[in-house]
Design a protein around this ligand. Structure first.
Ligand code: SF4
Ligand code: SF4
Length: 169
């Protein structure tokens, strides 16, 4: 039993110990800690490597990916619209997983706070500006363009698992 005096001494000792330790508090937003390059913060979209296959739109469980594609003069696919309302995004990553080229990918950007809901709707133009800005700042978390372990991507980005043997009764 140390009593009241012992308790005070112990707490003062703790204070003294902390006093000589380096400060760990980050003065956000003036100071920011860099996130890991592959952290899953917010989505990014790079139109330059998008093949307009709409896998991402099919994969999104909430149907947030709104895209419109038309044909160009040479029959090539032209992206007219690519909107995602990030207000509702679950950050589930299903669109990222299914994208065969990595056009939709995770970025280390995490400051998405906005005063108006409309500001969280990312349109094609906004994606483009954002991608350019990140490229300029050399902070782009470029998607993985190395071939996946199950071979070249041929329209399907996930391996097809064989069905389990069916029991014959
Ligand atoms: S992360 Fe999930 S919820 Fe968000 S756009 Fe992609 S698939 Fe949809
Ligand atoms: S899945 Fe990828 S390549 Fe296909 S439309 Fe979506 S972002 Fe573009």
């Amino acid at each position: 039993m140390l009593g009241v005096g012992g308790g005070i001494a112990r707490s003062m000792l703790t204070t003294l110990r902390q006093f000589f330790r380096p400060a760990v508090t980050v003065q956000y937003p003036e100071e920011k800690l860099p996130l890991k390059p592959r952290s899953r913060a917010a989505l990014g979209f790079d139109e330059d490597i998008c093949i307009k296959c709409a896998q991402c739109a099919r994969a999104c469980p909430l149907g947030l990916v709104v895209m419109r594609v038309s044909r160009g003069p040479d029959g090539e696919r032209v992206l007219d619209q690519y909107d995602i309302d990030l207000t509702y995004c679950l950050n589930c990553g299903l669109c990222v997983e299914d994208c065969p080229t990595g056009a939709i990918h995770w970025t280390p950007r995490y400051e998405l706070a906005a005063y108006r809901r409309e500001d969280l709707i990312f349109t094609r133009e906004r994606w483009r500006q954002e991608t350019l800005a990140r490229r300029k700042a050399a902070a782009v978390n470029r998607p993985l363009l190395i071939p996946p372990p199950w071979g070249p991507v041929t329209g399907r980005s996930r391996p097809l698992h064989p069905l389990p043997d069916m029991a014959v009764v």
